[in-house]
Design a protein around this ligand. Structure first.
Ligand code: AMP
Length: 396
């Protein structure tokens, strides 16, 4: 991968706009989990020590575009600015109104953080005017947010088109380097474990992965659609009827073992009564919330035979302990595997934390959607634009 890297540029005295992924959980104005903020610290510190004037930008959640932050204060990055100030030991000032008045960035604080980019009209549509405005705020644009690199938006892609200089930050670059190293020439057999709730988004990914891996394990809501394709009554479980034909097609193409037993409940809640059943015994009012113990053992055995494992998505509702066994068993099996294992995605990282297997997974990626798109071989638009610029500048 050829793109300009932040450490190849003299940042001294320059105004540097860094796109980070500071999308963290916030409750009552306090950051609940600062993993993503901490991940960005080395980049920010490096730029600070190079004498740059730093402007950070990020999204937070899914606010309404064009609605003032005062009307949707829960999406403000103020808590992130506060946390960053603590962690960096210097003032990090939250900047609002930067679209109306660019002068607000002439503030003395050594680090500025632009208010949530997703309230800006045109952010999601990658609007050129908005992208040009972001670019006008800086001399160097640094894309460092791997988690949003798969989205062509004004703050990830458009701005990189128009900034005087656009480069990859160290966090993004190290993530891409690791992914490239591990997936270019994977040792076989290779397995992908894909679970989670987002059936529709991940089926496309499954389609692509099924052509690359030797074996595919599906779990969570995704497995329900496959079970339905196999004629199993999934009761009230989460599944997407429209995608049943695609699931059936994939099972013809690729080896996809399906659960033989499941853990079900009558309601989706932390206190729901769990019961284990064979799939043939699922009742109309049952919801499948985990794979059963027999299935977990079969899947774990399969995992143990693999040389390369890609994992995204829990195999059940692991947040509730009575439905966590499937995800825990597979997480342990992946951790015990001596081949190369790579895992990514928000919920997957939470599961890895919960089951304390972080140390035993070869590489943990911070990006959910971006990780999966990379793994399936898709071009990440925010990386592509950096590559395009690097090759255009080389030929000048
Ligand atoms: P994703 O972000 O698509 O990886 O989805 C992760 C979420 O899927 C987790 O919060 C799980 O609780 C949820 N999940 C896993 N299995 C199931 C299931 N069988 N039914 C409903 N939700 C599930």
């Amino acid at each position: 991968m050829t793109f300009l890297r932040m450490n190849q540029i003299d940042l001294s005295g320059k105004r540097v706009l860094i796109r980070e992924d500071l999308n963290v959980p916030i409750r009552n104005g306090v950051v609940e989990n600062d993993t993503r903020i901490r991940a960005a610290l080395p980049t920010i510190k490096l730029a600070l020590s190079s004498g740059a004037k730093i402007i950070l930008m990020s999204h937070l959640g899914r606010p309404k575009e064009g609605v003032a932050i005062t009307e949707q204060a829960e999406f403000s990055l103020q808590a992130v600015a506060d946390k960053l100030s603590d962690l960096l030991g210097c003032e990090v000032k939250l900047i609002q109104g930067y679209l109306e008045n660019s002068d607000v960035i002439n503030d003395d604080a050594s680090v500025l953080l632009l208010e949530n980019v997703r309230i800006n009209i045109g952010e999601k549509a990658n609007d050129d005017e908005l992208a040009k405005h972001y670019a006008s705020l800086c001399e160097v644009f640094v894309m460092d947010a791997f988690g949003t690199a798969h989205r062509a938006q004004a703050s990830t892609h458009g701005v990189a088109k128009y900034a005087d200089v656009a480069c990859a930050g160290p966090l993004l670059a190290s993530e891409l380097d690791a992914l490239e190293r591990s997936l270019q020439n994977p040792e076989r057999p290779m397995l992908a474990v894909v679970g989670g709730a987002k059936v529709s988004s991940k089926l496309e990914v499954l389609k692509n992965l099924s052509t690359k891996v030797d074996q595919l394990i599906v779990g969570g809501g995704i497995a329900n659609t496959f079970l339905a394709a196999n004629g199993v009554n999934v009761g009230r479980s989460l599944f997407e009827p429209d995608l049943v034909p695609l699931a059936a097609e994939l099972m013809l193409q690729t080896s996809i073992p399906l659960p033989t037993d499941v853990v079900v409940a009558k309601e989706f809640s932390a206190t729901a009564q769990a019961s284990t059943k064979f799939v043939a015994d699922i009742e109309d009012d049952d919801m499948i919330l985990d794979i059963g113990p027999e299935t977990a053992t079969v899947f774990a055995n399969l995992v143990s035979k693999m040389k390369t494992i890609i994992w995204n998505g829990p195999l059940g509702v692991f947040e509730f302990d009575q439905f966590a066994n499937g995800t825990q068993t597979i997480a342990r099996a992946i951790a015990d595997n001596h081949g190369f294992s790579i895992a990514g995605g928000g919920e997957t990282i939470s599961a890895i934390d919960k089951f304390s297997v972080t140390q035993d997974i070869s590489y943990i990626s911070t990006g959910g959607g971006a990780f999966l798109e990379y793994v399936q071989g898709a071009v990440l638009p925010a990386v592509q634009i950096l590559e395009d610029r690097a090759s255009a500048e080389k030929t000048v």
